[in-house]
Design a binder for this molecule. Sequence first.
Ligand code: ADP
Ligand code: ADP
Length: 226
Amino acid sequence: MLSIRGVARTFTSGSQHTLALQATDLAVAENDFLTILGPSGCGKSTLLRIVAGLDQASQGQVLLDGQPVNGPGADRGMVFQSYTLFPWLTVLDNVAFGLRERGLPRKQQVEQAQAWLAKVGLQKFSQHYPKQLSGGMQQRTALARALANEPRMLLMDEPFGALDHQTRELMQELLLGIWEREKKTVLFVTHDIDEAIFMGSRVAVMSARPGRIKLELPVDLPHPRH
Ligand code: ADP
Ligand code: ADP
């Protein structure tokens, strides 16, 4: 489904060049949960942003079903570590944002947004504003917002990195449940080894010198939840 072919990124500022991501190849099949593990600064975010269409590769190509990715699209939903909710909108309107953009009637926006909020356990918080919620609840809102657009892929950049240990475990369970039930393809970035091994079906490991996929491991250990 997703094919990353020789994707590299160099940032240039004046005469200074930073190689943020060395040529990287990765394939992600439909319904895969691929976790990219690597230390801070190895180029994980850069790779994810290129897949999201928020940045452009200096070299190589990202193909979705054989078509080159040229910018953001509703087929890819992004979740960031910093939640990035709209502070002036209620939880419900944050989740309904993409539905409104698509021109859905208000009644349907509300129904669909409420259904997604229920799936992340926030049905009672629809009229709250983001700043009234805990970090975990804000990230649940961001996850519901990404899912409401019915993307085929979720792109998650250290989504639980700002949460305390206990909340993080709850969010990991929630995401795995959603992945299984909703049949999503997930590309998940983390620098936490424990999280990488717990989450998903495959782990790709990147090196920091410089960012490059070194090995890929299938995670076929008995799942801790079973
Ligand atoms: P990670 O997500 O693995 O922590 P990043 O993709 O954020 O890594 O960054 C990889 C490298 O590219 C780092 O050295 C970082 O400083 C550099 N980098 C990232 N974005 C930019 C940018 N916009 N301009 C210049 N350098 C950047
Ligand atoms: P944090 O992100 O700040 O670590 P949590 O997201 O776990 O914390 O939630 C902080 C508080 O909000 C806790 O008291 C928790 O019980 C409450 N809370 C979190 N999610 C819900 C929910 N879906 N329904 C009711 N209360 C919740």
